[in-house]
Each structure stands twice: as C-alpha cells, then as structure tokens.
Design a protein around this ligand. Structure first.
Ligand code: GLU
Length: 271
C-alpha cells in the first residue's frame, strides 16, 4: 500500500471509530429492556419520609411511594427491589445507574429536568411549616430571625431561603433529624411538603401557613429513556383508571388513616 493510501485508510478508520464511539454515547437508554430481561425493577425510595417511604415496626419498608413502585413492577410483570435514597442522593443514584427509577417524594422541576426526566405528576402537595402549638408562628413572615430545619437536596431548602431570607436554615440528611431539631428547640419550625410534615405531626405540634410553593411529584427516570418512561406513565394511568390509586391513597391519606389529607389532584389520563 502506498503512503497516500495508508493515510486515507487510517483517516477512514478514525472517522469510523469516532462515529461508533459517538453512537455509543448518544444511544438511548433502554431500561425497559433491561428490567424485562433481568426480571427486576430497582426503585430508589425514601426510608425517612412517612407516610411515603419509611420502616414500620416490623422492620419492613412501606408507604405510598412503595405501593406506587410495586404497582409499576406488577404492571411490568417483574420483581421490585427497593434501595434507600435521600433527597440529596436520589438524582446521582439514578444517573449512575444504581436505581432504575426514583419514587421518592420528588417534585418535578425545570432545574432537575436538566439532568433527568420525569413521569407525569402522580401526587399533588405543597410546602408548609410544622411548629410547636402556641409558638406564635403562623406563616413564613413570622420566621425572620428564627431557625428552620429541613433536608439537603430538597426544594424545601431553596424555597424557604427565598420566601424568608431572614431565617436561619438548618439542614440535615434525613427528615427525622430535622424533626428532632424542632423537638429539641434547635429550630422553631420544620419545613417541607405538607404531606411529609403530616407524617411527623403528633400531640403538641401543628402544620401552619399557606403553601410556600407547589410540590407536584414525578417519578424520576434517566434521560433519553422514553420506552421506560412511557411504561411508567401508562402504569400510573392504569392505576388511576382502575381505582387502585384511590384505594392506595385512602390507605395512607384517607379519613381513617394516620395522616388524613384530601386528594390534591387527579392523575392525567390520556385518551
Ligand atoms: N418534594 C420536595 C423535593 O422534591 C421535598 C421533599 C423531599 O425532600 O423529597 O425536594
């Protein structure tokens, strides 16, 4: 082979290799295929957010999000495996591939959508305050110069800083630690979604104030994984249409539950 021919061949090989490399990088994820071939769906769920995901007296992880994740696994005909995530770890654990989806009280936000994708909204709530009864705190206006506890990586942390720049914000990894700070008087209020605060209210405490921000929950999936996202959306729609969603909702939030909260919205159902 002449020198010129060799150069052309080398260049062609390089272009081909680069092309293949780029295709590999840009290739869409197919978590649906992976889940079906392994027969297992790995869900990232909270262990710290009653009644969405928490450890019950028998040591079992239970909650509304767990029931939603189980419905999706059943819809796909696969086993469900649960892995603990926190507000801070859930997006990295998804993008690194440690979990297939995140069903963990996660608000879908434009900012978060830069790194991951979301299902349709499956739960509707908003951020409020939990305080000791008789504290005199009725809304964010009363928090100037006071300390508020919440968790790292949550929308709550950012929303409260914006809503009351004069409050000191004390952040933790998990919600029970934020509640402990309130109990011990290290914080005068705890803030996050009303539906999570409901899981901590007990004698002597109350949830106060209007919504500081709306918090619609979506299930987190990796970017460019649309077959999987479709399957999750269709499972959620089926859950709504068959009435299973309302049964699960009532189990955790109905009038006879430990955390009664009226239904905040309906799951969108495509015709
Ligand atoms: N829903 C809010 C969020 O996604 C607060 C609850 C949480 O920390 O998960 O950040």
């Amino acid at each position: 082979m002449k020198f010129k021919q060799r150069v052309v061949l080398c260049a062609l090989t390089l272009v081909l290799a680069l092309g293949m490399g780029l295709t590999a990088i840009a290739a869409p994820q197919n978590t649906l295929e992976k889940v079906k071939s392994t027969g297992k769906l790995v869900a990232g769920v909270k262990f710290d957010a009653p009644p969405f995901g928490f450890v019950d007296e028998s040591g079992k992880v239970v909650g509304f999000d767990i029931d939603v994740a189980q419905y999706i696994a059943d819809y796909l005909g696969v086993e469900l495996e649960l892995k603990q995530v926190t507000s801070k770890t859930r997006i990295p654990m998804l993008t690194e591939g440690t979990v297939d989806m995140v069903v963990a009280t996660m608000t879908h936000q434009k900012a978060r959508d830069e790194n991951i994708d979301f299902s349709i909204t499956y739960f509707f709530t908003g951020q409020r305050l939990l305080v000791k009864k008789g504290s005199g705190i009725k809304s964010v206006e009363d928090l100037a110069g006071k300390t508020v506890s919440t968790v790292q990586g949550s929308t709550s942390e950012h929303n409260i800083a914006k809503a009351q720049p004069k409050a000191k914000i004390l952040t933790f990894q998990e919600y029970p630690q934020a509640f402990l700070a309130l109990q011990q008087g290290r914080a005068q209020a705890m803030t996050t979604d009303a539906s999570i605060l409901a899981g901590f209210v007990k004698e002597g405490y109350e949830i106060v104030g209007p919504f500081i921000a709306p918090e619609p929950y979506g299930i987190g999936v990796r970017e460019n994984d649309s077959d999987f996202r479709d399957a999750i959306n269709f499972a959620l729609m089926e859950m709504w249409e068959t009435g299973v969603y309302k049964k699960v909702y009532n189990k955790w939030f109905g009038p006879n539950s430990d955390y009664p909260i009226p239904l905040g919205g309906e799951i969108e159902v495509w015709p």
